[in-house]
Design a protein around this ligand. Structure first.
Ligand code: NDP
Length: 463
């Protein structure tokens, strides 16, 4: 008989927490989970899922236009924001229910309340003190709020999903995943959209060709990209908001959306009381088995501020369950984690950027192709696709694959398996393409780009 009420107490029923709770219970552990807000966490409620639904919604404006080249006449079109939000809410409520049932069916005790840590083995939840051998912190993160004067008039990504109406004019600050994704969504839905980024080119950390390519494509879809600027202040006017940029220019808009990063949810959780060490960004510091500085307290997912992706949190949740309750110490392999940005057109990448590959491997061969996708030969749309493979010259291994274009995420998921398996360029060359697709280009690129005169220039520029 254990001296504790539970073998595992999970704080936060997001992607990682639910996965760890369910699988731990499946291995026979006595598990409880606390959730103060919504089942499924950021991804299901105010992240990946509703965002992707909005991306689909916003793409129809182009699809209707593109249909004309194929002989279709599409009648009068109108878009109703309230319908989209209501349908989205219904779908999210369905998913919340699925998450809750998954937990109940796995035998996990669910507390719909905030939990705080009292000491290394006890938690306060819903006015009760309970004890656990292990406590897992899976509380995720939240958007960073701006500090500029007038920023109380701005919104963050959490708010977008509950806006009463579609803004007619929106200014989006930031140059990461969230900013480019929402720029595409709002432009597609018909809003006059400006994205402002503080540096010379957005999506820092992505391959330089990918960044430059997207910066050429987005304006074609109506997004006004403003680089090397930030918002100095925001003022309320009779007609909306006036955002003054560092250039002195004033933009009149209806909403200002800040997407300038996310921060871990570690405040007021009792972590300091229990002696848990945080890093400079306020994230829980963990070892390779997700143990914090207090061995009975573990943490996974965005609260550790490493790779902020749902599938990574899921893998970490699995790893914790296996390590603690299946006698199978497991660490997630963080190499070659593929990811996508659901910009328009979308980006997907796996492995190293050209700059990182040159820095790590020295000699690399670059295969790059850009072309008009077949769909747009008849639609007439001026949209291009970019594909790029990075091959380390000595072993011929493909160490990076990048794409900007229709279906990029669907295509790169498959390539990620090949890259994970250590495929060489010759494996790609021997693979027969599927015709006619865009994806076949990845197995038919034969000629590397000429070696740049100064191959390390890109590396230095990226540093
Ligand atoms: P990111 O960290 O990706 O990007 C933050 C952006 O804001 C950067 O461009 C950064 O500029 C800029 N920035 C930071 N501080 C300021 C400031 N004070 N003023 C102006 N600009 C600033 O954050 P996001 O919020 O876009 O997304 C957070 C994370 O969520 C992502 O990294 C990703 O892991 C995850 N995510 C994944 C998605 C997916 O898989 N499709 C979708 C959405 C989010 P600089 O580069 O110069 O520092």
């Amino acid at each position: 008989m254990s001296q504790y009420d539970y073998d595992l107490f999970v704080i936060g029923a997001g992607s990682g927490g639910v996965r760890a709770a369910r699988f731990s219970a499946g291995y026979g552990a006595k598990v409880a989970i606390a959730e103060e807000r919504f089942f499924g966490g950021t991804c299901v409620n105010i992240g990946c899922v509703p965002k992707k639904l909005m991306v689909y919604a916003s793409h129809f404006s182009e699809d209707f236009e593109d249909a004309a080249g194929y002989g279709w006449s599409v009648g009068e079109r109108s878009f109703d924001w309230a319908t989209l939000i209501a349908n989205k809410d219904r779908e999210i409520a369905r998913l919340n229910g699925i998450y809750e049932r998954l937990l109940q069916n796995a035998g996990v005790e669910v507390f719909e309340a905030r939990a705080t840590i009292l000491d290394p083995h006890s938690v306060e939840v819903g006015g009760r003190k309970v004890t656990a051998e292990h406590i897992l912190v899976a509380t995720g993160g939240k958007p960073v709020r701006a500090r500029e004067p007038g920023c109380q008039h701005s919104i963050v990504s959490d708010d977008v999903f509950y806006l009463d109406r579609l803004p007619e004019r929106i200014l989006i600050a930031g140059g990461g995943y969230i900013a480019v994704e929402f720029a595409g969504v709002f432009a597609g839905l018909g809003a006059e959209t400006t994205q402002i980024y503080r540096g010379p080119l957005f999506l820092r950390g992505f391959d330089a060709d990918v960044r430059a390519f997207l910066a050429e494509e987005m304006p074609k879809k109506g997004v006004d990209l403003v680089f090397n600027q930030i918002i100095e202040k925001i003022e309320k006017t009779s007609n909306g908001l006036a955002a003054t940029l560092t250039s002195g220019e004033v933009r009149e808009v209806d909403q200002v959306l800040y997407a300038i990063g996310r921060q871990p949810n570690t405040m007021d959780l009792g972590l300091d009381r229990a002696g848990v060490t945080l890093n400079g960004a306020g994230a829980v510091k963990v070892d390779e088995h997700y143990r914090s500085s207090v061995p009975s307290i573990l943490a996974i997912g965005d609260v550790t501020d490493r790779i902020q992706l749902t599938p990574v949190a899921l893998a970490e949740g699995m790893a914790v369950a296996r390590t603690l309750f299946n006698d199978e110490p497991t660490t997630v392999d963080y190499h070659d984690v593929p990811s996508a940005v659901f910009s328009q057109p979308p980006i997907a990448s796996v492995g190293l950027t050209e700059e990182a590959a040159r820095a790590r491997h020295g000699a690399v061969d670059i295969y790059r192709s850009s072309f008009k996708p077949m769909k747009h030969t008849l639609s007439g749309r001026d949209e291009k696709t970019l594909m790029k493979l990075i091959v380390e010259r000595e072993g011929r291994r493909v160490v990076g694959a990048h794409m900007v274009g229709l279906d990029a995420a669907e295509i790169v998921q498959g390539l990620a398996i090949a890259i994970k398996a250590g495929a060489t360029k010759e494996h790609f060359d021997r693979t027969i393409g599927i015709h006619p697709t865009a994806a076949e280009e990845f197995v038919t690129m034969r000629e590397p780009l000429p070696e740049p005169e100064d191959s390390q220039a890109a590396v230095r520029a990226a540093e």
